[in-house]
Design a binder for this molecule. Structure first.
Ligand code: ADE
Length: 245
């Protein structure tokens, strides 16, 4: 997968060199290129923002550097072919979730445009739609200072779904949100810590009992912490939600 990021803070994306994503990059599984929006300005001060038409607080990102940057990203000789997916992080965008992570993991080419200040001139997304599949994407219902943190979160969630990035692919299967339920609780040695015992069923060696216990834990946790996630199908089986002492 190819990922291009356009930002005025390239250093903000430095964590993409680390850990899982860093390893995936070095293994050639993902190719991430970060572009400095200011490289696409033409004035001495490398200006990327201006005051909003119509008045109001704050500054708006100018369209010209964005137009040039996106054109550069799209037409670089090493760029993969086809229509790239342009993701514009914004609190007003589509809420990012695991289903969207899966959707994006199937794309060959993602381009992120990180807005700052009060946002990017509206015409940038309109014009980009001629060459990109444009999606505004939100991390959640709160306001960040810019799109960079969203890019880090989305890139991590997407890249770990790519074949070969997570060593043990099985660990992806039973994760929170993969099937609409939260994950079951996990324990490791010692069997007793600070007087707290690991649930006996996990030491029983009875794989069927362990699977049943874990499923029950997932249902209970989801009902307690995220009832909004429970599908009508789960809600229709309230017997499964009986609390285990
Ligand atoms: N930029 C500012 N706030 C954001 C949010 N909640 N999600 C994605 N990008 C943002």
């Amino acid at each position: 997968m190819r990922i291009d990021v356009v930002t005025i803070f390239p250093d903000y994306l430095a964590p993409l060199e680390l850990s899982l994503i860093g390893r995936a990059r070095r293994a050639g599984l993902v190719d991430v290129v970060v572009h400095d929006l200011r490289d696409f300005t033409t004035d001495r001060h490398r200006t990327v923002d201006d005051t909003p038409y119509g008045g109001g607080a704050g500054m708006v990102m100018k369209p010209e550097p964005w137009g040039r940057a996106l054109e550069h990203v799209r037409t670089r000789p090493e760029a993969p072919g086809g229509r790239p997916r342009l993701l514009l992080p914004s609190p007003g965008g589509r809420r990012f979730d695991q289903a969207m992570a899966r959707e994006l993991a199937a794309e060959p080419w993602l381009v992120f445009g990180c807005g700052r200040y009060e946002g990017i001139d509206e015409r940038v997304a309109e014009a980009a739609a001629e060459h990109f599949d444009v999606t505004l994407v939100s991390l959640g219902d709160y306001v960040l200072n810019g799109g960079e943190v969203a890019v880090l979160a989305i890139t991590e969630a997407v890249a770990r779904l790519l074949p070969g990035v997570v060593g043990n692919a099985e660990s992806l299967v039973e994760e929170s949100h993969e099937d609409g339920l939260l994950e079951y609780p996990v324990y490791t040695k010692p069997a007793v810590w600070q007087g707290r015992e690991v649930p006996a069923v996990l030491l029983s060696g009875d794989h069927a009992a362990i699977a049943a216990w874990r499923h029950q834990q997932r249902l209970e946790r989801t009902a307690a912490r995220r009832p909004d996630l429970l599908s009508p199908a789960s809600a229709a089986r309230p017997d499964e939600l009986a609390v285990v002492p």
